[in-house]
Design a protein around this ligand. Structure first.
Ligand SMILES: CC(C)(COP(=O)(O)OP(=O)(O)OC[C@H]1O[C@@H](n2cnc3c(N)ncnc32)[C@H](O)[C@@H]1OP(=O)(O)O)[C@@H](O)C(=O)NCCC(=O)NCCS
Length: 147
């Protein structure tokens, strides 16, 4: 297994992996098309401060972490937008290694904090807690349906 920085190479392979992971439990996302998911991921790639990291087995992409570095008064922070491992390979330590690789690279980019949103009822929440992330005590995620 190897790790490398992701710019925008092999984007179609990443979209396929993204769709196959998130269409299954616990997420059951229903992307209407490959193209729509590709647009979503390309929007992330084009965001100012974008950084991405991938895990490869031979030449196949098996894990992805994408997000962007935001400037902030307490120092730069990295917002993880998507983090996923091939569902056939989950639970084998690949996510942990990719997370460590991401942190190492972010430190080299002088990033001070990592932030993300996830669902507190899925295993990803425990995964992140084990990596040392904490639930914010002061922040709430709010939403409103305006249709
Ligand atoms: C969450 C995810 C990224 C973790 O990657 P992974 O390679 O499966 O995780 P690892 O094998 O490195 O496991 C790391 C820890 O998570 C825990 N874990 C793994 N699978 C688990 C499961 N099914 N239930 C509970 N904990 C689990 C392990 O106990 C492990 O702890 P350890 O480091 O003390 O051994 C991966 O499972 C995934 O892609 N899930 C679907 C997409 C997703 O939910 N992404 C996050 C959205 S914000």
């Amino acid at each position: 297994m190897t790790f490398q920085e992701f710019k925008s190479q092999k984007i179609d392979e990443i979209v396929s992996l993204f769709l196959s992971v998130y269409q299954k439990e616990p997420w059951y996302d229903k992307w209407p098309s490959f193209e729509r998911a590709k647009e979503y991921l390309l929007d992330i790639v084009k965001t100012p401060g974008f950084k991405g990291y991938i895990a490869l087995y031979d030449k196949d992409i098996i894990g992805v972490c994408v997000g962007c570095i935001n400037r902030w008064w307490q120092g730069d922070e990295f917002f993880i937008k998507e983090f996923f491992i091939d569902d056939k390979l989950q639970g084998n330590g690949i996510g942990s290694k990719l997370y460590d690789y991401t942190v190492l690279n972010l430190k080299n980019n002088n990033v001070k904090n990592i932030i993300l949103l996830t669902n507190k009822n899925v295993k990803a929440y425990d995964f992140y807690k084990k990596r040392g992330l904490k639930k914010s005590q002061d922040t709430v995620f709010m939403y409103q349906n305006i249709t």
